[in-house]
Design a protein around this ligand. Structure first.
Ligand SMILES: NC(=O)c1ccc[n+]([C@@H]2O[C@H](COP(=O)([O-])OP(=O)(O)OC[C@H]3O[C@@H](n4cnc5c(N)ncnc54)[C@H](OP(=O)(O)O)[C@@H]3O)[C@@H](O)[C@H]2O)c1
Length: 328
């Protein structure tokens, strides 16, 4: 099979290149999948490069997501010919992932492709889109309604941000997008952004723990100082769904917005998310994601493009979603 293999030299340097790899080297698992499409997430950028501490063993095949057709199965839930999606479960980190023509995984990790999506669309959504959906569901479960005011999306031109913007706008919310790339304004407005907030406006934590009540909720892919700042701008009872850390892990926040405005900060994890939640989120995505908007955020790539794109996503240069056509 063709695969993007990351090898590590004795001096500790990693090198990623497309190679012919014997299928007998696939890891243990109950289901073998002929991979049709994969995608590129921030985490994939780390795993294509030096690994960021995520990859345990080399040589390694990255790719945290894939979609394809079951080729062989030892599990009664799946049969050859079934269309399946895999996201998370540390596949592409500790287990060989989707950047190969074949993948072998545990049946428990798979979900069936929902009606209404093909494998390419599923990967246009990918982990980034599944996470965005889980974040929007969490905001709604915590009282977000359309009449409460604007919802903020940070890291908006990235993968999670693009899908979150689209889902919120399609559901009728007023969406404000934080971006550090002013040249992406038209792109974001086409996805449904009503307002663009330059990253510099929120980049520094404020000395004042409370600012004027502005946002009904937030999907935050950035964390760092920006998250601390946003907490002080949430409306009474507002929620931040925290999905990412593109701006840093330390959040120098004040407790005051939690105590005086009853704000909530809720972490979103898509990697170990239980099966039932995944099925529900994929069904909502198949139903609610406007497919023409999804298409507008997609750039196609091949396995050979991944070493370059892996570097670019870590530099915040990738826009929207990259779909990798494994057979191209
Ligand atoms: N919790 C989970 O299960 C889960 C799942 C998927 C992803 N994530 C995390 O979510 C985050 C986004 O993932 P992604 O795949 O959407 O990545 P991405 O496509 O690279 O998007 C990240 C965006 O964040 C913004 N950004 C980058 N560096 C920044 C900085 N220093 N300060 C402020 N903003 C910055 C950029 O948006 P603009 O150019 O528009 O400013 C960038 O496009 C990552 O941290 C990822 O690890 C978590």
């Amino acid at each position: 099979m063709r695969a993007l293999l990351v090898e590590k030299s004795e001096s500790g340097e990693t090198r990623a290149a497309v190679q012919q790899v014997d299928e007998a080297r696939l890891p243990a698992g109950d289901v073998t999948v002929a991979v049709e499409y994969s995608t590129l997430n921030y985490k994939d950028g780390l795993c294509i490069g030096p690994g960021g501490g995520l990859v345990r063993n080399y040589p390694h095949v990255p790719g945290v997501d894939f979609a394809g057709t079951v080729e062989a199965s030892d599990d009664e839930r799946y049969a050859p010919g079934d269309k399946v999606i895999l996201t998370g479960w540390r596949v592409g980190e500790t287990h060989w992932g989707g950047y190969a023509e074949k993948a072998r995984v545990k049946a428990d990790w798979l979900v069936r492709l929902p009606d209404g999506l093909d494998t390419r669309q599923a990967m246009a959504i990918g982990t980034a889109g599944l996470t965005a959906m889980l974040a929007v569901l969490t905001l709604e479960e915590n009282g977000l309604t359309r009449d409460r005011g604007p919802v903020l999306v940070t890291g908006a031109a990235g993968g999670v941000g693009s899908v979150a913007t689209t889902l919120l706008a399609a559901a009728g919310y007023e969406v404000a997008c934080v971006t550090g790339r002013p040249e992406q304004e038209t792109y974001l407005r086409d996805l449904g952004a009503g307002r663009i907030v330059p990253r510099a406006e929120l980049a520094e934590a404020s000395k004042r723990p409370l600012e004027s009540e502005t946002w009904a909720g937030c999907v935050d892919a950035v964390a760092g100082d920006m998250l601390a700042r946003i907490l002080g701008q949430l409306k009474y009872g507002g929620t931040v769904a925290a999905v990412g850390l593109a701006g840093g892990t330390a959040v120098p926040a004040s407790i005051v917005p939690f105590l005086l405005r009853a704000v909530r900060l809720i972490g979103i994890d898509s990697v170990m998310r239980p099966y039932r939640d995944r099925v529900w989120a994929w069904e909502r995505l198949a139903r609610d994601m406007p497919m023409e908007k999804l298409e507008a955020m997609v750039e196609m790539a091949t396995l050979d493009d991944l070493p370059r794109l892996g570097t670019e996503i870590l530099q915040g240069k990738v826009r929207g979603r990259i779909v990798v056509d494994i057979r191209a």
